[in-house]
Write a protein that binds this ligand. Structure first.
Ligand code: NDP
Length: 344
């Protein structure tokens, strides 16, 4: 019998990789979103559209789908947004995992649960690498709520024997990363510069072109992150749930790179020098983002012998390549629109 999986937040970056992986492994896949799935969302997926903070919707979802595995990926996923929506962040990032545990106890206690936790729970000020034992000092509503979700998963596992696992995910990127994240902004700006644009049609949070008068404005270039590839991390999520014993794992590459290195590689991959295009705007420096994340994935390695397949330079150049294609398509579309307008 095919296993049944339920993926929340399935339209997001990780959801897209995970859904494909589960389908390839012959799962029956149920996917949740608050909105209609985007065109091109995997065929053969059963979509459930609704709000996970509605207890009636959530209970019906679990009763109707009767999953063998749940991957809880839905979240207010940008720490900066969590300051604008602190209550919603608590509801989704903290209480949703707990509500899922409660409903599993009631309706499907043998279901396995993967919770997407975050390296942001560690906060800042660590010079050493972070593992499952690292002290947590969360600094944003996002991180505080994720820490609650993380701990509650462990508590329900111990108290009730639920097969619930938490993956402490370090940054992971891909061509599906939204443009609101710095990695994709850099990839897009490098692509736009390579295509000869000075001002991009895509805007940043302040409503300005991401590449404006030929410049990409960024905050602290010295921020160091453990960057991995989202497709690799979807594989880990699945792998973790297949282990006979439920546990929590740090999921990261064990390497850290600065935002400056990301810029260097991105612009170099299209034959450009990043220093001609990137400027620092002190107003963009964030007080509450983690300044340094560097995973110690020793436990993941020893239990699963896991190593990332995609290297940092490969990740950056793939993201830029996809953005070059996107910018070229946008330019071609704009040209064809202009020629139609002229004919009219
Ligand atoms: P995305 O932002 O790409 O996807 C998250 C999905 O959650 C969205 O597509 C959205 O789906 C849903 N969502 C957003 N806001 C809400 C809300 N208020 N209520 C309910 N659902 C909501 O994130 P990723 O795929 O990158 O990340 C997946 C998970 O991993 C998240 O929990 C994230 O916090 C965590 N994580 C990710 C990291 C990363 O680097 N990518 C690092 C650490 C943790 P829709 O709009 O369709 O409902």
């Amino acid at each position: 019998m095919a296993k049944i999986a339920l993926v929340t937040g399935a339209t997001g970056q990780d959801g897209r990789y995970l859904v494909d992986l589960l389908l390839a492994n012959r799962y029956v896949v149920h996917a949740q979103s608050r909105r209609a799935p985007p065109p091109g969302a995997a065929d053969g997926v059963r979509w459930h559209i609704g709000d996970l903070t509605s207890s009636a919707f959530l209970e019906q979802l679990i009763v109707d789908t009767r999953p063998d595995e749940i991957y809880n990926l839905a979240a207010v996923s940008r720490p900066i947004m969590s300051w604008q929506f602190p209550r919603e962040t608590a509801d989704v990032n903290a209480f949703l995992p707990q509500n899922i545990c409660e409903l599993l106890l009631k309706h499907k206690p043998d279901c396995r649960l993967f919770q997407a936790s975050s390296s942001d729970i560690f906060g800042d000020g660590f010079s050493e690498r972070q593992n499952e034992q690292t002290h947590c000092v969360p600094k944003s509503p996002y991180a505080v709520a994720k820490l609650y979700g993380h701990r509650i998963i462990g508590a329900y596992r111990k108290q009730y024997g639920l097969h619930a696992c938490s993956g402490i995910l370090f940054n992971h990127e891909s061509p599906y990363r939204p443009l609101s994240f710095v990695s994709q902004k850099i990839a897009y700006a490098a692509a736009a510069a390579a295509c000869g644009l000075k001002d991009t049609p895509e805007l940043d949070e302040r409503g300005r072109p991401i590449l404006s008068d030929g410049k990409l404005l960024l905050g602290d270039l010295g921020v160091r992150r453990d960057f991995g590839f989202a497709g690799d991390y979807a594989e880990v999520m699945h792998m973790v749930l297949q282990h006979p014993t439920a546990d929590d794992y740090v999921i990261g590459t064990g390497e850290d790179h600065s935002i400056q290195e990301f810029c260097e590689l991105a612009f170099r991959s299209v034959g450009l020098d990043w220093t001609d295009y990137v400027s620092v705007d002190p107003k963009l420096i964030r007080k509450t983002d983690s300044h340094y994340t560097h995973a110690d994935p020793a436990k993941l390695r020893s239990v699963f012998n896991w190593h990332p397949k995609v290297t940092f330079p490969e990740l950056v150049s793939t993201m830029v390549e996809m953005q070059v294609k996107r910018v070229r398509d946008d330019i071609a579309l704009e040209r064809s629109r202009n020629s139609v307008t002229k004919r009219i």
